[in-house]
Design a protein around this ligand. Structure first.
Ligand code: CP
Ligand code: NVA
Length: 318
């Protein structure tokens, strides 16, 4: 996807100063280049020093992996992060977003934001004069998808024509997998109960972006979704903000647990992925989570490498 003559630096140059609010904000070629840069950073083939840049973290939802991987990524790039959690800033006392975004743009070099509404992120991007990164919204989790496809690439090499099957809720994680997978030429099959499908608009968006004939499909039959797939993926049934629906969702998602029976339907070399945190015995069995097909902890580590690549590209460090 990224030819040697072009090199990752020239492919990624147009991302300098840009926002990453959606998986769609990098082109197919740029997404492949981000994975290649992440691979180089992980292997030690490449080192990047951004020189004292500061990433602000505005997280209105809990986080372990995303927060810590951004903090460590900035440290490895020679920069640092500042915690702008609304509980410790005037945001929590109602200071308007448009003022906050303009002020923070005078102190920071980029913002990573985790919140509920995608529109809030879009508003930050409008008012800020620095790159804004989606660290998860109810609509998308694009940084997660970069790490997920990096993990799949480590297992299988060329991603084009491979199939990733996601079994569970058609949520933020599923949406970014559909879009990012489409850009990378990966077939993405979503297996979810009726009423829990991904948004039709996101399905159309992913299909419109699909490279190399990649198929993006949705089925309510989990066995059909995983049949012959190279990667099986799941996520919690009730996302952050949906805790009150937990019991109802446990009923609706019966039969959608990623267990040994479903794994047996996949490609014999299939790997298992989960963005974490996981609920063993709900969306994934303990046996599959801890079994030989699991790449879940490599996937978690890859958040660091993928985000280092993304930060370097958005902050012009190449
Ligand atoms: N996968 C993920 O985003 O994890 P955190 O919620 O811990 O950041
Ligand atoms: N879908 C989950 C992902 C957590 C990383 C949530 O939004 O809570």
């Amino acid at each position: 996807m990224v030819s040697a003559s072009q090199g990752v630096a020239s492919v990624l140059a147009p991302l300098n100063g840009k926002d990453y609010l959606s998986s769609e904000d990098a082109s197919a070629e740029q997404t492949a280049a981000l994975l290649e840069l992440a691979r180089q950073l992980k292997s030690g083939d490449r080192r990047i020093d951004l020189g004292n840049r500061v990433l602000g973290l505005i997280f209105t939802k809990a986080s372990t992996r995303t927060r810590v991987s951004f903090q460590v990524a900035m440290a490895r790039l020679g920069g640092q992060t500042v915690d702008l959690n609304p509980q410790v800033t005037q945001l929590g006392r109602g200071e308007p977003l448009e003022d906050t975004a303009r002020v923070l743009s005078r102190f920071c070099d980029a913002l990573a934001i985790r919140t509920f509404a995608q529109q809030e992120l879009v508003d930050y991007a409008h008012w800020a004069s620095i790159p804004v990164i989606n660290a998860l919204t109810d609509l998308e989790h694009p940084c997660q998808a970069l790490a997920d496809f990096l993990t799949m690439q480590e297992a299988f090499g060329d991603l084009q024509g491979q199939t990733l099957a996601y079994v569970g809720d058609g949520n933020n994680v599923a949406h970014s997998l559909m879009i990012c997978g489409a850009l990378l030429g990966v077939n993405v099959r979503i297996g979810c109960p009726e009423g829990f499908e991904p948004l039709p608009g996101v399905l159309d968006q992913a299909r419109a972006l699909a490279v190399g004939g990649a198929q993006i499909s949705v089925t309510s039959d989990p066995a059909e979704a995983v049949r012959g797939a190279q990667a099986l993926y799941t996520d919690v049934w009730a996302s952050m903000g949906q805790e009150q629906e937990q019991a109802e969702r446990e009923q609706a998602f019966k039969g959608f647990c990623l267990n040994g029976d479903l794994l047996a339907e996949a490609d014999s070399r299939a790997i298992v992925l989960h963005c974490l945190p996981a609920h063993r015995g709900e969306e994934i069995s303990a046996e599959v989570m801890e079994g030989p097909a699991s790449r879940i902890f490599d996937q978690a580590e890859n958040r660091l490498h993928a985000q280092q690549a993304l930060l370097a590209a958005l902050m012009g460090g190449l």
